[in-house]
Write a protein that binds this ligand. Structure first.
Ligand SMILES: C[S@@+](CC[C@H](N)C(=O)[O-])C[C@H]1O[C@@H](n2cnc3c(N)ncnc32)[C@H](O)[C@@H]1O
Length: 256
């Protein structure tokens, strides 16, 4: 399989683990929306927002709660079904970031919560610019495990050793966000540090929903998860984990 085929397979892997995803993935702190509004220079209230790669709606629900008029956009049937179960009152359109099913100049803000890396930026950036109104913005963010913390670094090493063809870690975002300035957008960035307190089982369910494990068969995945359970219980004998994140946000604003 080529690298691109591997990548596309991973992009389509979420549907089979949608319930685990919705249950165990970390959400986003309220400060994310504050930082987004500050970098954009506008408030979310009443703004027409497209949440692309909405998945099960974790970010969509946060945006709606802060007053956005938000439409979810999601290509995966499994993730879309979980979205409709978790957020039955919010609208969802089936589609992807490289070919947005929306009219020109019909949105104020387009968000990609942990989803922009699944698009091809040479297609998704011009698509977003086409759909945005003047002064509109693209917001992309990733909830990255904070690898300044030793147990996170140790887990990264274990995953890289167990899944050399699939696990690349968090390789930096510039290969994606580097497409914004050449397209004439004004770019701002903020990194927010936060943590959650969860059980080892919760962390393992979250891991199951990560593309590098979700794209394996259950038989291939089981020994990796068993080794991970053992390592985590050695590190956290009481079964409770404080999991640190660095939330990396980039906002790119179109000319007014
Ligand atoms: C890591 S999940 C993020 C889900 C959600 N935004 C969140 O914050 O939890 C990535 C999502 O991107 C979707 N996706 C895959 N390829 C995509 C594409 N080309 N355009 C938009 N979304 C895509 C996947 O189906 C999946 O639901």
């Amino acid at each position: 399989m080529t690298e691109d085929q591997n990548y596309r397979e991973a992009a389509g892997s979420f549907g089979a683990v949608a319930a685990e995803y919705d249950r165990a993935r970390p959400g986003y702190p309220e400060e994310l929306v504050d930082a987004l509004e500050r970098l954009w220079g506008r408030g979310l209230k009443g703004a027409r927002v497209l949440d692309v790669g909405a998945g099960t709606g974790i970010a969509t629900r946060l945006l709606a709660a802060r007053g956005a008029d938000v439409v979810a956009v999601e290509p995966s049937p499994g993730m879309a079904a979980q979205f409709l179960a978790s957020a039955p009152t919010l609208p969802l359109v089936r589609g992807g970031g490289d070919d947005l099913p929306f009219h020109d100049h019909s949105a104020d803000l387009i968000t990609y919560a942990q989803a922009f890396h699944w698009t091809y930026p040479e297609r998704s950036v011009p698509e977003a610019v086409r759909v945005l109104r003047p002064g509109g913005a693209i917001a992309v963010w990733w909830n990255v495990h904070d690898d300044t913390v030793p147990w996170i670094r140790a887990r990264d090493r274990r995953m890289a050793a167990a899944l050399p063809a699939r696990y690349s870690g968090y390789g930096g975002i510039s290969s994606f966000t580097g497409h914004f300035e050449p397209a004439g957008l004004t770019v701002g960035r903020a990194v927010l540090h936060w943590e959650r307190r969860v059980t080892v089982d919760h962390v393992l369910t979250d891991l199951t929903s990560r593309s590098y494990l979700a794209s394996l068969t259950p038989e291939e995945r089981a020994p990796v998860l068993a080794a991970e359970r053992e390592a985590m219980l050695t590190e956290f004998p009481d079964g409770v984990v404080v999991e640190p994140f660095a939330l990396d946000l980039t906002v790119a604003v179109t000319p007014s």
